[in-house]
Every structure is written in structure tokens, then in C-alpha cells.
Write a protein that binds this ligand. Sequence first.
Ligand code: PAF
Length: 279
Amino acid sequence: MKIFTTKNALQQHLQQLRQQGSSIGYVATMGALHDGHLSLLAQAKQQADVTICSIFVNPTQFNDPADLERYPRPIAADTAKLERAECDILFNPPVGEMYAGNENWHLDIGPLEHLLEGEFRPGHYQGVTQVVFKLFDIIQPNLAFFGQKDYQQVMVIRKMVQLLNLPVKVIMCPILRETDGLAMSSRNIHLSTADHEHALVLWQALNRAKSYFEEGMPIAQIEEKAAAMISHEPGTQLEYFTLADGDTLEHAEPHSTSIVALVAARVGSTRLIDNVIIR
Ligand code: PAF
């Protein structure tokens, strides 16, 4: 695996590959890699000639400095995982390589910015679009793979690609779960054994919501029951549980063609998100 820390060296290398006619499949990460990330890479390997993964803990998407500070950064272990997974290129720039100083960035992505995650993490999606735009600009991938666990993030990135007419296809890949159902996340590292047990209620509530929907229960009642189930679990603090339109993420209507149930909660001191596609 070739490792680059500067834009220039990476771009020169990618230029050569492109001239040879290779397609580029890209997986953007903030490191602390788990099997979920590696499943994105496996998809990229299947669908593109060359695979590139970036590891960059992006400061502009953290609205809580303490969260940024404690974000795990096991770069040696991550590099070894990517080597074993036969990733072709790792881009691991320092912050100064990605940001020259104070930069102004605002992309109007409409209501998607302020709904759900946007409400609880103000400014988060501006930071995400800012860094993903820069990474796409440097790498110019043909295909970019993102996990369904950050469902809203995929919608936001697709919106940016559409608004700015970027020549990249964004592919959403399924959530990977532990055998007990917990969605894989870099943040799970912070869960104690008891937290982990309590966190299972998120997946259980999502499944319950799907069954209720299939039985014909009204949407508001499903949300109420799922929220109550999570709120009754010790150690958890619910932020939202909602059934949303799968494209706009506005509140779902019974006739919405695509519906996704999304949840966010704090379990112990860790904030977790999860979702399931209902229709
Ligand atoms: O999903 C993530 O890990 C990050 O939000 C991303 C897409 C790498 C941008 O920093």
C-alpha cells in the first residue's frame, strides 16, 4: 500500500493511474477502522480498479471540542488493517495540509442541514461538506462509498454532488452489526460492558418499529412506543426517534414511497446513531 500525507504527491500518483485508464474507488474515513469501514473498502475493490482510503479526523465537523479531543486515532493499527485488506493507497494528511487557516465555507443544502443530526450537532454538515468537497477535489474518485449508518450524511453528500455537479457516483453500503445487533461504529470503543448492553435497545427499537409499521400501526404511535422503549432503558438518553421520508428526511407520511426509521441517543457518555430502512 502506498501512503501519502501531501496533496501534491497523491495527485501526481493518481494522475498516472488515471492516464493508464484506471477507475478510482474511494472510502473516506476518520480512522479507528472497524469491519464496517473494511466492508466499504471491499465494495470499492469489487467495483473500481484502484482503491484509496483517507484517514483524516476533520476538526470542522465537530461542534464539541471535547468530542474532537477524545476521538480515537489508532493510526498504526488502522494502517495494518488497510494493508491486510489490500487497499492500494492511504491518504493521511495532517490538518495543515487540508486547511490553510480560517476558511469561510457555506453550502446551502436546504432543510437537510438542520433536521435530525443537524439540530443536535449545529454546523456538523457544513464541516462534512467542506472536507468531503476538498477530498473529492484532491482525489477525483469515480466512485465513493459511504455507510448507511450515517444515513443523513449520505443524503447530504448526494445533495452536494448534485448541487455542484461533481463527477462522482456516491454509493451507500449496508450497516455492519456486531452479532448482538449493535451497529459498528468507531465510537463503540468508549462503551463499557454495561453501556454496550444498554445500547442494544436502539437496534431492538428499530426492529420493533419496522414490525409495527408492517402491522399497519400509525406512524406517530410507532414513534411514541419506540421512544418509550429507549427511554425506559437505564443509562440511555434519547435525542430522537423518527420515521422520515427516505429522500428528504422530512417527517414520513403514510404514503411516502421510501421510509427510514432513525434514532440518536446517548448511552453512558457516548452518542450513538442507528437506522433501518422500513420501506
Ligand atoms: O463518516 C465519516 O467518518 C466522516 O464524516 C467523513 C465522511 C470521513 C468526513 O470527515
